[in-house]
Write a protein that binds this ligand. Structure first.
Ligand SMILES: [Cu+2]
Length: 510
């Protein structure tokens, strides 16, 4: 139950936990479950285990206090739950786009012997003297965080699409492109929880972008608790949607590729006291089984939580940022985010937006590890990827969080990137009956010619897209009918392809 052993369940050093040996023919990997409809629920059980360890440790600290304080801390320890990092929440200051609690060297805490500054445990994990870290490139975890406000806006827009577009559970839960056997809807809607989660891993960078090592970074637990919260939001909005029968494409330490799974599949290595011996997706469908919930999940609230990702004028104080999307001046209304509910439109018919996304599909074995796809709508420095994050022409980018052990050639992954409206004609809400209609089919011809994309591997090298198996990049769009009130979700029409970009990328291998 040590931090080290629990973190090691996810990946390296690939040892059995609680005597759950790898199955015959299973990958020599960690137990972590990705590219699978079990991705959200396996990690829910994983967070519950970590929360249990945190709680036990908190209780032993609480009991070191004396007098009145002891009772107070014991009560607090009983109620302690894992915190979550809401990476889709806009900061008040641009400088705070990556929370300081993750970067401060020290934190001031109350200990049984008084107030003291201690080394910030959320900044990094330092391996102990008896812990094997020979598989790491350092004895301490590190990050390369690049959270800009524009990154948060992209996450908000992508999350809004994933949560509000009424996707069935299989499509929402995983970045695996599901075939007929998996009851995938074959919808062009690329938004899904796992891909958004991947992008956050890559944005944090460092060990967080390496699947087999990510769980050692303390931020992993706060990130995945937020992923669990998003699952809970989805469940509240779509109570009838849940894990169904699926054929696993990738393998893990506890199942082989081709294994048929469903809501009753044992999520190994997480034992429970039930007859079956392990937690299952069905057993933890309600978080009440694990004695926690999240605020804002009353049914009357959850739609406003989801709609809130897309409403409201945003103002962020601080210096202007030279970041993608051309995020301009402070207090400007920024891309992808606009107010409709408080716009005095309640009397009229629902308004409609046209939302554009880059749809990315790729073979899971395309590159050896994590990689990032950048999308542009104008000129950019073709040879220097380190400048792309700050390019004015950058429409968005997506990081895939992959490892060698998850490879399964021929098996496709998918992700969507919300494209800021400025890449297209002004995306103002149009109200039927008011003469403001525009024809995207003709107007976007100019914009279309500017679109381009590039792919960069984990080492920052530009890769030749012509050799990548299964690659398909296109711009797609959906007409989104906005609700008239906070209690309803928008209605998304079927996505249509606007422009195929696959052959645009003329990058040579560097
Ligand atoms: Cu993760």
């Amino acid at each position: 139950m040590s931090y080290y052993q629990i973190a090691a369940i996810h990946g390296q050093p690939y040892v059995a936990w609680d005597n759950n040996e790898p199955c015959d023919g299973c990958a020599s990997s960690g137990y972590c479950t990705h590219q699978s409809t079990l991705f959200p629920t396996w990690h829910r059980a994983y967070m519950a285990l970590f929360e249990q360890a945190l709680s036990l440790n908190a209780m032993s600290v609480a009991k070191q206090f004396t007098g009145d304080e002891r009772g107070r801390y014991v009560r607090a320890a009983k109620r302690l739950r894992l915190p979550f990092w809401d990476w889709a929440k806009l900061p008040l200051e641009t400088a705070d786009s990556f929370p300081r609690v993750f970067t401060d060297e020290e934190v001031l805490v109350t200990t049984p012997s008084g107030r003291a500054n201690i080394t910030n445990p959320l900044k990094s994990y330092v391996f102990g003297p008896n812990e094997d870290y020979s598989f790491m490139n350092a004895n301490e975890t590190y990050r390369r965080p690049t959270f800009a406000v524009s990154d948060i806006l992209q996450l908000r827009a992508d999350l809004w699409a994933a949560l509000s577009s009424g996707q069935p559970y299989p499509d929402f839960s995983t970045e695996a492109r599901l075939d007929g056997a998996n009851k995938g809807t074959k919808s062009l809607n690329p938004s899904n929880l796992e891909a958004i989660h991947d992008h956050v891993h890559v944005l944090v960078g460092g060990h967080m972008s390496v699947v087999s090592q990510a769980a050692f970074d303390p931020i992993f637990w706060l990130h995945h608790t937020n992923v669990d919260r998003i699952l809970a939001i989805y469940q509240t909005a779509y109570p009838d949607e849940w894990v169904s029968q699926s054929v696993e494409a990738a393998s893990s330490m506890w199942y082989t590729s081709g294994t048929v799974t469903d809501g009753n599949t044992s999520l190994q290595p997480f034992r429970s006291s039930s007859k079956n011996g392990f937690w299952t997706s069905n057993a933890l469908r309600s978080t009440r089984a694990l004695n926690y919930t999240y605020e804002g999940l009353g049914e009357e609230n959850v739609t406003s939580v989801i709609n809130g990702l897309h409403t409201g004028k945003i103002s962020v104080a601080g210096p202007d940022q030279e970041v993608h999307g051309g995020l301009a001046k402070k207090s400007d209304e920024v891309h992808g985010v606009m107010s409709w509910l408080d716009d005095g439109q309640a009397a009229g018919p629902p308004i409609k937006l046209t939302k554009h996304f880059a749809s990315i599909q790729l073979d899971s074995g395309a590159l050896n590890g994590s990689f990032t796809i950048f999308l542009f709508d104008g000129d950019f420095n073709k040879t220097n990827p380190t400048e792309w994050r700050k390019s004015r022409s950058l429409m968005g980018f997506h990081g895939f969080f992959l490892s060698g052990s998850l490879f399964n050639p021929g098996f496709q992954l998918r992700a969507g990137v919300s494209i800021p409206d400025r890449s297209f004609p002004p995306d103002l809400p149009e109200r039927s009956g008011i003469a403001q209609r525009r024809d995207f089919g003709t107007i976007s011809d100019l914009a279309r010619q500017r679109f381009d994309w590039r792919i960069v591997d984990a080492d920052g090298c530009i890769k030749d897209a012509r050799n990548l198996p299964g690659v398909d990049v296109s711009i797609i769009r959906s007409e989104v009918h906005l609700p008239c009130d906070e209690a309803s979700l928008p209605v998304w029409e079927d996505f249509t392809v606007v422009e195929m970009l696959t052959d645009r990328n003329k990058a040579e291998c560097h």
